[in-house]
Design a protein around this ligand. Structure first.
Ligand code: MN
Ligand code: MN
Length: 459
């Protein structure tokens, strides 16, 4: 039985077009005028996007003696309701353990539990001889993108390991994302704050200044240049980081850049909230100044940012964020955002005229699909592509609240945010899984094997 989406405005890379779209099974089989099909879904007055892809999530992840509030079941259901039909999570190696063990653990957590499609990046924390061998077989497991850290004691690599990792990336044609903050100096600043009795959450941003992001971005990009590897700057938050990216591009380097909705729409005043309330905004890098925010908008409008992901990493305020009630360094880092990225970007960027719906499509769907080896299976409305489709109604406004969210978290950093429009219907590989903003089909998500990164023709 075919499904026909009629009268919608289809969103492509560089144009929008009013047309009908026909789905058969899991694929798009026809796009054109006056098509007929068995079941008709009217999308009059709505945008029809290819499903959004979130290339940066942390679900069911143990952190700081607790586990993220969202697991794969709740997290991917929230993603789907918000229009995200595929996520890529970080399978993370524990030191002393193999990449295979990490991958097995992540599959065990995700398989059979996902309401969106999913894939994994491999996060490497222990680059030994065994790990190096395993990196050459990751593609057989559908993994072509990797992650390393310059911060967090349990995760970070030193520069020589980072350089070795980049050299392996060059050999296996992998993309390497790095959390760019200078963890050694952050440790020093945190210890100093604690010694001085500064234990409240407002010391979180004070001990992670943006210069330490800029420093790590610059260092990583130079090492990537030396190794001739593909660098991906994850969650860019600051003007200091952006300057280093501009320098690298000026010397001819290809750099993939990601930012997140929280860095575009929130500013550091969230850390002035009274009492412990500001712990709700403790994430790393921290929420930055208004100046940083306007630099990021500028970069977004200049086509200097390739993808917008969430870095979703949710912890309840009660009992989880509260682990740091007496010491800000014990607050688990992260925000719940997997559900609201599309509506926040549509509201703050598209409806305000800062970017077009085509730009939004590229940064939330096409570019992540290309960058993470999913294109054209995903990331485009095209014949033969997976029927991952979002019907967005620009006239049905809503208000974001913790009360009405699907994410399994007792707060949202966007409480009271008035949206312009909302996600009405979502198709996951042809399955009509969200109707009128409600999820009606769960657990249809599949693990997707990914191919090599394709160049994004920006900059
Ligand atoms: Mn990070
Ligand atoms: Mn992250």
């Amino acid at each position: 039985m075919s499904k026909l989406i009629k009268n919608g405005t289809l969103v492509f890379s560089n144009e929008t077009k009013k047309a009908d779209l026909l789905i058969d099974g899991e694929k798009i089989i026809q796009i054109g005028d006056n098509l007929t099909g068995d079941e008709v879904i009217d999308a009059e007055g709505c945008f029809v996007f290819s499903g959004f892809i979130d290339g940066h999530t942390h679900l069911d992840m143990p952190v700081s003696g607790t586990v993220t509030a969202d697991d794969f079941s709740t997290g991917t259901a929230a993603a789907l309701v918000g229009g995200t039909t595929m996520i890529i999570d970080f399978a993370t190696q524990d030191r002393g353990h193999t990449l295979k063990e990490a991958l097995d653990i992540w599959h065990k957590r995700a398989d059979g539990n996902c309401s969106s499609d999913y894939g994994f990046h491999m996060a490497v924390t222990d680059l030994n001889e065994q790990t190096k061998k395993e990196l050459f077989t990751m593609k057989e497991q559908g993994i072509t993108s990797f992650k390393c850290y310059y911060a967090y004691d349990a995760l970070k690599l030193d520069d020589s390991k980072m350089y070795e990792m980049l050299c392996i990336m060059k050999e296996i044609n992998g993309v390497l994302g790095v959390h760019c903050e200078n963890g050694d100096i952050i440790n020093h600043l945190q210890q100093k704050a604690i010694n001085n009795g500064h234990l409240t959450p407002d010391y979180h941003p004070k001990t992670r200044p943006s210069l330490l992001e800029g420093e790590a971005v610059g260092r990583f990009l130079r090492l990537a240049d030396l190794a001739d590897a593909k660098p991906w700057i994850v969650h860019l938050s600051s003007s200091d980081g952006l300057e280093e990216i501009r320098l690298a591009r000026k010397r001819g380097q290809k750099v993939y850049v990601e930012t997140c909705p929280q860095y575009l729409t929130l500013d550091e005043s969230v850390y002035n909230l009274s009492g412990f309330e500001s712990a709700k905004y403790v994430c790393s890098p921290p929420i930055r100044s208004k100046n940083d925010q306007s630099s990021l908008w500028n970069a977004l409008q200049n086509n200097e940012i390739d993808i917008i992901s969430t870095d979703h990493c949710s912890f309840n305020f009660k009992n989880q964020k509260e682990l740091g009630l007496n010491n800000f360094t014990k607050i688990p880092n992260g925000l719940p955002t997997i559900e609201h990225r599309p509506v926040i970007i549509y509201t703050s960027a598209v409806s305000t005229g800062k970017i077009t719906v085509c730009d939004m499509h590229r940064m939330l769907s096409e570019n992540p699909a290309k960058m993470f080896g999913l294109y054209p299976k995903k990331g485009i409305l095209s014949i033969g592509s997976d029927a991952d489709i979002v019907i967005y109604d620009p006239n049905k406004n809503k208000v974001i609240t913790a009360q009405n969210q699907t994410q399994n978290c007792d707060y949202t950093p966007f409480e009271g945010f008035k949206t312009v429009g909302s996600v009405r219907d979502v198709f996951l590989r042809g399955h009509h899984a969200v109707k009128n903003g409600k999820i009606v089909k769960r657990n249809l998500g599949l693990y997707i094997n990914r191919g090599d990164c394709e160049c994004i023709p920006s900059q």
